[in-house]
Design a protein around this ligand. Sequence first.
Ligand SMILES: [Zn+2]
Length: 252
Amino acid sequence: MLTSRRSLNDLLAELPSHDFDTLRPHLRTIELNFGQALIEAGAPVKQVVFPHGGIVSTLEILRRGELIETGVIGRGGVVGSGAAVYDVVSPSAAIVRFPGTASVIEAGQFRNLMDISTALRAAVMRDLWMRSVRAEQTAACNAAHSAEQRLCRRLLQSRALSGSDTMLLSQDLMAQMLGVKRNTISLIAHALQQKGAIRYSRGRMAIIDPDALARRSCECHVADGLARPLASPWIGVPPRRAPEFSVQRSPS
Ligand SMILES: [Zn+2]
């Protein structure tokens, strides 16, 4: 059971006190260890996870066994909420990519509390919507931007979510992140190291010059809103203004 709201997941920390107090007896704290599977693809979701830090990747598993990262969740989000709400199996897996801690709640209890707490329901629905917006942005990014631009963007995103300049990141993992061949990653990582943007050795990545990565990243880096504080609930997805349309009247 939690004893403090300090260092919590942003979504939990922003709940009104009454709603958090209802949730609190059902939460327990766990360690998130590198490579730990929080959700298995095709299996029922047993618990809903609110990371306090670290990075959790959602992964699609293709027929030939290839893993492709489809999203990342940090302390601003929640893992497993969609499948838990609808009591269905999860189509994707969720794996810890950067260690941290998290609050977890049993899926059935989470469903019950979603019926009781309007604030929890609103916060979870907002998180699901934000993930949908991020997925749309990434679909456009994958279609339009180069592997090097996308890798720079993803390294900056990982840096913002983890709050760390160093991370365990094998070339296989980077290939999963971008959905490209390992050789492609090898060439890009070598070029970025030559330019002094990163230092890379035996699966350990150090970001040396984030500004250089930002210059080589695609425009999606700006849309990620990575300049915002880590505690912002909008991390990864800044609210956007609706485009302004001018209406041309036909001559009467
Ligand atoms: Zn992009």
